[in-house]
Design a protein around this ligand. Structure first.
Ligand code: ATP
Ligand code: MG
Length: 169
């Protein structure tokens, strides 16, 4: 089984990928680690990364690969999971990581404006709303969604407008 996990930084990809890899006894591949190992830099050369990743997975029939850059890469997957996280959860995690303001806003804007669904529009993927779930609960939800081939439909924009209307933000 070839499983891919993507989503905005801090959405929980690495945590979930390691849990799935352990459960299914599959090798785990971190795209961030590949970027570091091959010195692909801050402004990652996607063509180079795409070639390297294709080479790594060429002779593998099972793996769990994860990274926000997975959206840019063209590899065959049996299951592609898109993790969504509320801006509150992301903000908490980014502050913990001591991200500068511009990086916090860039990533939260990407999540709210559906950067990932828009860029995955021609691919089959299962969307998972992680809000309110701990690691164990999330794993359980993902396994159920894989089995049923059915995910969530996330719409942060409507949620945000409703929060604004109710004076919550
Ligand atoms: N289901 C969860 N519930 C609560 N916290 C979680 C959950 N999954 C991950 N976290 C926490 O959120 C933070 C980010 O998780 P993780 O590193 O897995 O995200 P990521 O998507 O891999 O981020 P990056 O793209 O930057 O590598 C970590 O502190 C992790 O412990
Ligand atoms: Mg990670």
């Amino acid at each position: 089984m070839r499983i891919g996990i993507t989503g905005v930084p801090g959405s929980g990809k690495t945590t979930l990928a390691k849990d799935l890899a352990k459960l299914y006894h599959l090798p785990y591949i971190s795209i961030n680690d590949v970027v570091k190992k091959h010195n692909l830099g801050e402004e990652v050369d996607i063509n180079k990364l795409d070639k390297i990743i294709r080479r790594i997975v060429k002779d593998m029939n099972g793996f769990v690969i994860e990274g926000h850059l997975l959206v840019e890469i063209d590899i065959n997957l049996d299951i592609l999971i898109l993790l969504r996280a509320s801006y509150r959860a992301l903000l908490r995690r980014y502050r913990k990581r001591k991200y500068p303001d511009w990086k916090i806003w860039e990533n939260i804007a990407a999540e709210i404006l559906d950067y990932f669904p828009i860029n995955l529009k021609n691919k089959n993927y299962i969307e998972i709303n992680t809000t309110g779930l701990n690691r164990r609960q999330l794993l359980k939800k993902v396994l159920k969604s894989i089995e049923e081939k059915q995910g969530d439909v996330v719409n942060w924009k409507d949620d945000m407008i409703s929060l604004i209307n109710r004076g919550k933000i």
